[in-house]
Design a binder for this molecule. Sequence first.
Ligand SMILES: C[S@@+](CC[C@H](N)C(=O)[O-])C[C@H]1O[C@@H](n2cnc3c(N)ncnc32)[C@H](O)[C@@H]1O
Length: 205
Amino acid sequence: MFKKDGSIYVFGNKNMIAEHWFSQMKIDKKELLVWHYKNSPKPKGRWRMSMQPIIYGYRPNSYFNEDAVRVEYKESTKKLNGRIRPSSGRMDKCSAYDTSKGALPRDVIERPALLGHLAKERVGHRDQKPKSIVTDLILASSKEGDLILDCFGGSGTTFECSVENNRDCITIEKDDINCDMIKERAGKIFENYGIDLQPLLDERM
Ligand SMILES: C[S@@+](CC[C@H](N)C(=O)[O-])C[C@H]1O[C@@H](n2cnc3c(N)ncnc32)[C@H](O)[C@@H]1O
């Protein structure tokens, strides 16, 4: 389904991971990323839900651009040039490292859920993902001009993030209401390029 050097990201829940994806995906390598949000919606279950797993599947030669998704170090780390203050001994004995490029991306991605004032980004889909996460996944695993496929398009977040970052995108969505959201989102993007999407749409859409 995907190129020899492609990658796949699947936002999931614990049932999908345990019973389906981990056993069924025939991909060489898998890693588990965790989207952690502190602004949890109303509690479900005994342990308040504050994370969503993302399964990352790739092959040994899959493209990965860690520099595109580095995160800025904390001010305190930058000030010490990466040195860790020892509990004993002299600070000048610790080796420093370059903090100017930012830290390598971590497998726990801390981003707020689209609630409250962050709901500005919302277009009406109940399971809409934050653009900042989808953008990072795209930047890490594809180059400009690459083709991104989202088989579970929802409201078109992947489409929007792909186009904004000069990638082509095919988005598939089964639900008519969601397709309307995607069309509306796509229309706004095309408008920014001075293109009217309406006449380009197939009459069946
Ligand atoms: C988790 S949502 C995707 C949300 C999306 N990433 C966003 O940010 O808006 C999953 C979507 O997949 C769609 N879907 C589920 N099964 C599908 C199928 N077999 N073919 C196409 N779309 C499907 C659902 O209607 C739903 O909108």
